[in-house]
Design a protein around this ligand. Sequence first.
Ligand SMILES: Nc1ncnc2c1ncn2[C@@H]1O[C@H](COP(=O)(O)OP(=O)(O)OP(=O)(O)O)[C@@H](O)[C@H]1O
Ligand SMILES: [Mg+2]
Length: 254
Amino acid sequence: MRVCIRNVGKTYRARGRELGALEDISLDVAENEFLTILGPSGCGKSTLLLLIGRLEPPSGGTIDFEGERHSGGPLTTMVWQKYALFPWRTVLQNVAFGREVRGMAKKPRLEHARGLIDAVGLKGFEDSYPHELSGGMQQRVALARALANDPEVLLMDEPLAALDAQTRAVMQIELLRIWDQYRKTVVYVTHSIEEAVLLGDRIVVMSARPGRIREIIPVMLPRPRTLDMIVTQEFHAIADHAWTAIKSEVIAYA
Ligand SMILES: Nc1ncnc2c1ncn2[C@@H]1O[C@H](COP(=O)(O)OP(=O)(O)OP(=O)(O)O)[C@@H](O)[C@H]1O
Ligand SMILES: [Mg+2]
């Protein structure tokens, strides 16, 4: 499905103070698009995901989902930086959770979960508990659990930010491989310009708070993307462009 965001604003009211987090955001996320969002800290990136996920109401404007539904799942599912797995459940039980809540029969539910665990490269770890896994493995579980929900749109808030550089690089490519297989519409927030270029079809660069859209940069790199692309001139040109757009905002904020 497409996500149509029109003139959306968000003002938080806390302890008698008003804080403008987002201002006049209009944006369409296309069906199956991988959209990345870059912006200085505090510019409202997480807020925008919360609004799209209907976890917070906008103060103004509208967010609609248009087009045909492909799944019986929810419109959106969020993947957080902190994996938020259930520590008392095994990998298999974590991944099967969404379908359990939706009342699906045990056998097909577990079969489906096993397929996803396989897809994210965790075959053999079905009966492990989250604390027995590395950070990268836990994020794989979180991804499988989100996919098991079968949402129309995956919302990802710096999902790889807690990982070390090598694990992160591996996970970026893994994520693209899995996305290619499941073809979801993805809205992906990151602080890393390199990651935004490597993953995205387009990069939304936001201004400092209150967050507005400063620029939308198309990423014309072919798919499948590979880590080798990072050293190419085309990649550098896009990353430079994004850095130029974001530089003044980061400095404005600092
Ligand atoms: N529940 C809330 N109540 C009041 N203010 C909030 C709330 N959530 C966020 N804010 C404020 O709104 C602004 C935007 O926050 P948000 O978390 O969306 O930014 P962000 O771009 O995701 O930042 P970061 O890059 O650091 O994760 C910040 O100034 C923050 O303090
Ligand atoms: Mg955030």
